[in-house]
Design a protein. Structure first.
Lengths: 225, 367
């Protein structure tokens, strides 16, 4: 958790900068989306959600399922948490009730995420069995994916509006999804490669993640602030 | 201090609210109502509350699929075919199924939830026993104390069983017998004749059911029985078989030999049948004719105390002695026994002496 805090402190506040340059509403949303997915890729620049990234990236099929599940859950939970924070906690605080909204949000966000995942699992099972079969087993795993909580906490840090947080959540999830799909593609090719015994498995995967993260640096200049 | 209490209060309130929401959602969303599971094309239909696993739902309705892991989806024993209503194959099932099985709609029943009406197929044996109503079509004397009963099934109209199974015939209240009783009799008819059941009943002096059969049951009478029961059957292997029976222990073998003939068997069978006198032998001509016709079948009837007037030219002595004569030492055959406990135990001993171990001997012992 401490590493997450340091990351939070360093977060470049792209959204705030964007708002000052005042492009049209639509462009702004697109920029938030691109920033969340690429320049601030939650996995490759923040290194959040590494455990499922390492565990489920062995083949493309399950990586895609996991990735889509993360997109779905981040979009939903970042939006819900944004509502909770700005429509409930902040007004209560503003009304003079002495609550530590900053620290309370950490606990409440987790509760929201857990409940959302549980609820969605039931709902998806009811609505579409095909979707349930594709995402079903990944949903419970996601509750403990720190990228999900990370996205919600960044959302507060970045001071996003409710609508913006919806886009931001989607973008953050999309970035994680792209990263795990890329990794799964590489790992499927790696099966045929000769890897030194000591580096097999997580070792080579982490090295490749590092190289992928380096390549993602090129996106940094994409959004001029 | 105040801030901590308010914060704790908010956290508790939110958690409680979400819990209530989830509970309500579970009530509404995971409620699939009553679902009807059609097992083996209508042979059995069970009504279950939807939402549970197929394995559990079947179990609570008397259809017992094998399961070693307790429904965790690891042992893959609880496979069954789901032809309708099973939904897509889940990721937890995929590793346990071959492509061929998936094509045949085979599923892991502990990983399938009952969400709608289903049509499934389980191995025939698993289907619970049924109660049959039947009409007595023919009663004939095989010997002075053994009768053959032939029943035409009325409801349900057909039965599926393996040669060697038995049914429980119900004797209704009659005379001094105040309440219905059930007694087990092996089926002597062939499995291919699905609309009839034949039994071989030997009179037990003072026996409630046999007395009913011998003194009260008339052709045209309605009877009820349940079945098929039991595990006595022809073991699937290519080893030769040694069959040993006495009295009404004939029934399963009379069914088996004709069943084997129908399916084009080639496993060698030696059938030893023990009786006291010529008058205790039945199906003698039929079985001798079969032995002549079928090169894999040998029939050895033996009399333990042949009377003068019997003019018996076959084997004499206790059936165990005859078995000892004709079964070679160190054979790899399987033993099949049907008769009184005394006969079975004696037969077991002689088979052991011949080198047939207990795991290759199958019983249908009756008292």
């Amino acid at each position: 958790m401490t590493d997450m805090m340091t990351i939070l402190a360093q977060t470049t506040d792209t959204a705030e900068a964007l708002r000052q340059t005042d492009p049209s509403m639509m462009t702004q949303m697109v920029l938030i989306l691109l920033a969340a997915a690429f320049t601030e890729n939650i996995l490759l620049t923040r290194f959040l959600g590494m455990c499922p990234f390492l565990a489920v990236s062995r083949n493309l099929r399950s990586a895609t399922g996991m990735g889509l599940a993360v997109v779905f859950v981040t979009t939903g939970t970042v939006f819900l948490n944004s509502l909770l924070y700005y429509k409930v906690l902040v007004p209560i605080q503003a009304a003079g009730v002495p609550i530590p909204a900053e620290s309370l949000k950490l606990i409440l966000f987790i509760v929201i995420i857990a409940a959302f995942v549980q609820f969605m699992e039931m709902l998806i099972e009811r609505i579409s069995l095909k979707l349930y079969v594709a995402l079903g087993i990944f949903l419970p795993l996601i509750t403990v994916n720190c990228a999900i909580l990370g996205a919600s906490l960044f959302m507060v840090n970045k001071d996003l509006t409710n609508a913006e947080s919806l886009v931001y959540g989607f973008g953050a999830g999309l970035g994680w999804c792209i990263a795990i799909i890329l990794m799964a593609g590489i790992r499927e090719k790696l099966k045929k490669a000769k890897i030194p015994a000591g580096l097999e498995g997580p070792g080579i995967t982490l090295i490749i993640t590092g190289i992928m993260a380096l390549t993602f640096i090129i996106f940094q200049g994409m959004i001029q602030t | 201090m105040n801030a901590i209490l308010v914060a704790a209060g908010i956290a508790c309130a939110l958690t409680t609210a979400l819990s209530v929401l989830l509970l309500v959602a579970e009530r509404v969303l995971v409620n699939y109502g009553q679902c009807r599971i059609d097992v083996n094309e209508g042979e059995k239909t069970v009504e279950v509350k939807g939402g549970g696993t197929l394995l559990g739902s079947l179990k609570s309705n008397g259809v017992y699929l094998a399961s070693a892991c307790g429904g965790r989806g690891t042992c893959a024993y609880c496979k069954c075919q789901i032809h309708d209503g099973g939904g897509p194959v889940g990721p937890t099932e995929q590793p346990l199924l071959t492509q061929d099985e998936i094509n045949r709609n085979v599923r892991i029943s502990c990983q399938v939830k009952v969400r709608a009406d289903m049509k499934i197929h389980v191995p025939e044996d698993l289907l619970a026993v049924k109660q049959y109503a039947a009409r007595t079509e023919r009663i004939r004397d095989l010997t002075h104390d053994i009768k053959e009963l032939r029943f035409a099934l009325t409801e349900p109209g057909t039965i599926k069983f393996k040669a060697g199974r038995y049914v429980q015939l119900e004797a209704p209240a009659y005379g001094d017998n105040p309440e219905p009783v059930q007694r087990a009799y092996s089926i002597s008819s062939v499995p291919s004749e699905t609309d009839h059941v034949e039994l071989i009943v030997r009179l037990v002096p003072g026996g409630i059911c046999t007395t009913y059969v011998f003194e009260h049951l008339k052709e045209g009478d309605d009877v009820t029985f349940t079945g098929p029961f039991g595990e006595f059957e022809i073991n699937e292997s290519d080893k030769p078989m040694v069959w040993i029976a006495g009295g009404s222990g004939m029934a399963p073998f009379w069914s088996m030999v004709r069943h084997l003939k129908e399916v084009g068997n080639s496993r060698p069978v030696k059938y030893f049948f023990g009786a006291v006198q010529r008058r205790d032998l039945f199906f003698l001509e039929e079985l001798r004719a079969l032995a002549k016709e079928l090169d894999w079948f040998e029939y050895y009837p033996a009399l333990s105390a042949a009377a003068e007037e019997d003019n018996w030219d076959g084997d004499v002595g206790l059936i165990t002695e005859v078995v000892d004569t004709y079964v070679e030492q160190g054979t790899d055959a399987e033993g099949y026994l049907c008769g009184s406990p005394g006969m079975c135990d004696a037969a077991c001993k002689v088979l052991h002496a011949k080198g047939i171990t207990t795991d290759r001997i199958f019983f249908d012992k009756f008292a």
